[in-house]
Design a protein around this ligand. Structure first.
Ligand code: FE
Length: 205
């Protein structure tokens, strides 16, 4: 079985936003998709470690802002590399508005948003799968959507080449963070983007 086949799947990138009891937050996901058209339903799979997961769970409502090719790395850092448990991601964040359901959506680096209400949840161990009916949506721009492949090739900063030293380092394939050391601990979590050791590649300089 060739595990690299999974990379042949295409993924979009989205800011998932939700709110409950006066708290708002958002995170980056790559797992939104339409599952039925009539009635119009979408599904999202969200890691339970995300604060936004809990807000979706509590409120039963969320928005998906579709990231476009105009999204810059700072937007990914803002929503993807810090936790809503530690910071209020909307405090002083200018590029957002509230949709009819009262939740934020992101207005910069996005080309549309969808508001949905949860109909069913399925427990998937690390993640929850939410199946939701679409309640509102709007096109925000004609800029093409950013796929995960586009993020890797054109949005993520080019990794700095480690100085030639014959040393082995490990580079996070998601954000470019460099871990210095011969062996990467199996339970290592990237301090920047919180992705696990399996997302690191070995680089010998
Ligand atoms: Fe990372």
């Amino acid at each position: 079985m060739d595990k690299a086949t999974m990379y042949k799947l295409t993924y979009g990138l989205f800011v998932l936003t939700s709110g409950s009891e006066g708290k708002d937050s958002g995170c980056i996901i790559n797992t939104a998709g339409q599952v039925t058209s009539d009635p119009n339903r979408i599904s999202i799979a969200v890691n339970k470690a995300n604060f936004t997961h809990d807000l979706v769970r509590e409120s039963g409502r969320f928005n998906i802002s579709v990231l476009s090719q105009e999204a810059d790395f700072s937007l990914f850092k803002h929503f993807g590399f810090q936790s809503g448990r530690d910071v209020d991601k909307f405090a002083g964040f200018p590029d957002c508005a509230r949709s009819a359901n009262g939740l934020y959506y992101v207005t910069r680096g996005t080309n549309g948003f969808i508001s949905a209400r949860t109909e069913q949840t399925i427990d998937l161990d690390t993640h929850t799968l939410f199946i939701a009916s679409v309640k509102d949506m709007k096109v925000l721009s004609d800029v093409p959507s950013a796929t995960y492949a586009y993020y890797q090739s054109s949005i993520k900063p080019r990794p700095e080449k480690p100085k030639a030293s014959g040393k082995t380092v490990w580079r996070c394939s998601v954000c470019g963070y460099i871990y210095e050391g011969e062996e990467l601990p199996a339970d290592f979590i990237c301090p920047l983007c919180k992705h696990p050791a399996s997302d690191f590649e070995k680089v010998t300089t």
